[in-house]
Each structure stands twice: as C-alpha cells, then as structure tokens.
Design a binder for this molecule. Structure first.
Ligand SMILES: Nc1ncnc2c1ncn2[C@@H]1O[C@H](COP(=O)(O)OP(=O)(O)OP(=O)(O)O)[C@@H](O)[C@H]1O
Length: 261
C-alpha cells in the first residue's frame, strides 16, 4: 500500500465539491431516490473512496460528479467550475481536458493493441502518432507490460487489462481520475496490485483520485472515505492531519528530526 500523503485540508480549496446532490430515477410511477442530499469535498491530490453496499448510490454519485448524468437537484463544482450547469458538449470538452476514467470492465477497444489503447486519449488531443505511441509505450513499460505492448485486450489477463486502462486514464495527465469498482472483476491478489498501481500513480502525479468500492479493505487505500447508505452520506473518515499531532506537523514542515535521547 503506498504511503498516505498528509493533507493540510484547511489550507486547500476542494477540487471536487458537491452540495445537496439529489438524483431521482423514475420507473413507471415509482420514484427511486438514488441520491438524497449528498455533500462532498475532495482536496487536490487526495485519494477518496466512496464506500457502500450494492444499490447504495455510489455509481450514481460517481456518474454525477463525472458529468455523465445530470443531478435532479444540487450543485457540483469541479476545479471551481459549475459542471452541473454545463451542456453536453461543454461536459465532453471538460472531461477530455481534466478527467481520466477507470472502469470495472476495463472498456478497452477490442481491435486495438495495448499501446494503441493507451495512446488514444493523446490522439483526441492532437498529439502526432509517433509521439503518442512513444509516450504510451513508456508508460506501459513502467507498468510492467513491456512484453504485452502489441497484445489485443483479449490476449491480456484481467489484471493486465486494468493496467492498460489505468495507463489510458493517466496518459494525458488529467488532474482528476474517477474509478468505478476498478478491482471488481479481479482476484484478491491482482486487486491489491491494481490498487497499489492506481493509487501510487495518482500520488506520483499529484492527481486527485476518486474511486467507488463495496469493499472496506479497498477503502483503506484512501485519504478520505465517504460511506454511502441509501443515497445519503452516513459517515466520513479522513486519514491525515487529524491523526497526527501538532508537534508532528511542525516537525514535518520544518524537517526537524526527533531529538536523540
Ligand atoms: N438508470 C436507472 N434507472 C432507474 N433506477 C436506477 C438507475 N440507475 C440506478 N438506479 C437505482 O438507483 C439506486 C442506486 O444505484 P447505484 O447503481 O448508484 O448503486 P451502487 O451503490 O453503485 O450499486 P452497485 O454496487 O450494485 O453498482 C438503486 O436502487 C438502483 O436500482
């Protein structure tokens, strides 16, 4: 598990902020309150887990925050921009510039090789082919896939496919990464490796990572855990300044080592 970075939450502005988010789905005459007044603040560079059981509303929350669906009510600000007011084309543009996605079922292009899949987001940004293929290759090698660069997705294991999709999510250097049950299709050993890679890469790049999980063990990787029950925030936990003493903060800031006894 990568070392957690400590956040001086008070001194930072949230990169993701949501207020009183509501999402009501209509099924015939029935109304389903998938989200019922959720508030969220995620700080820049933070790893945040949305933890909840099946049907609690976590995927709905992720899809609202990512601008894939519109809320029934409430406000969402990403990088201080009111994304809940944006139209589809503004949202597409915003996502392309600032957000990377990792999905439970990998969502790789089946007819493209690993390296072509990873290079794809750079194509949308107009990076010339030679440069984007080189960057994709470098990243995949860093992820331990040197031997699999030219494999198609169906010639890769689940863990390898998820590494490719993490590489695809981060290659264009998004400030925010959203991941929906990123280890849901993987065995427990591979799932741990993927959590290490995903959280480690986010930290290394200073990106904000928000992931959804039903597994409390995966939420352990996060700086902030938001527990969702029946569309409401039931509990928030932050690991960071709250857990360390003022003296430790001062020592960390000044680089002072503890005195030898
Ligand atoms: N498009 C939809 N139309 C109608 N109801 C929906 C829709 N999407 C989600 N729901 C309902 O909203 C509630 C929350 O669903 P959501 O998918 O967000 O839960 P979840 O916590 O992600 O569950 P899981 O872990 O099983 O994916 C559920 O009752 C679900 O049936």
């Amino acid at each position: 598990m990568p070392e957690r970075r400590h956040f001086w939450r008070k001194s930072l502005e949230p990169i993701i902020a949501a207020r009183n988010l509501k999402k009501i789905y209509r099924m015939g005459s029935a109304k389903i309150h998938a989200l019922d007044g959720v508030d969220i603040d995620v700080m820049p560079g933070e790893v945040c887990a949305i933890l909840g059981t099946s049907g609690s509303g976590k995927s709905t929350l992720l899809s609202l925050l990512a601008g894939l669906e519109h809320p029934t009510a409430g406000r969402i600000f990403i990088k201080k921009k009111p994304t809940y007011k944006m139209n589809e084309s503004e949202l597409v543009d915003f996502r392309l510039k600032h957000i990377g996605f990792v999905f439970q079922s990998f969502n790789l292009m089946p007819t493209m090789t690993a390296v072509e899949n990873v290079a794809l987001p750079l194509m949308f940004r107009g990076v010339p082919r030679a440069r984007r293929m080189e960057a994709a290759k470098k990243l995949l090698v860093e992820m331990g896939l040197r031997q699999q660069l030219k494999n198609l997705p169906n010639q890769l294991s689940g863990g390898q496919q998820q590494r490719v999709s993490i590489a695809r999510a981060i290659i264009a250097k998004p400030e925010i990464i959203f991941a929906d049950e990123p280890t849901g299709n993987l065995d427990s050993v591979t799932a741990e490796q993927i959590m290490d890679i995903m959280c480690g890469q986010a930290k290394k790049r200073g990106a904000t990572l928000l992931f959804v999980t039903h597994d409390p063990a995966k939420a352990e990787y996060a700086d902030q855990v938001i527990h969702i029950i029946d569309g409401k925030v039931a509990k928030r936990e932050t690991h960071g300044p709250a857990e360390i003493s003022t003296e430790e903060i001062i020592q960390a800031e000044l680089g002072i080592q503890g005195e030898e006894k």
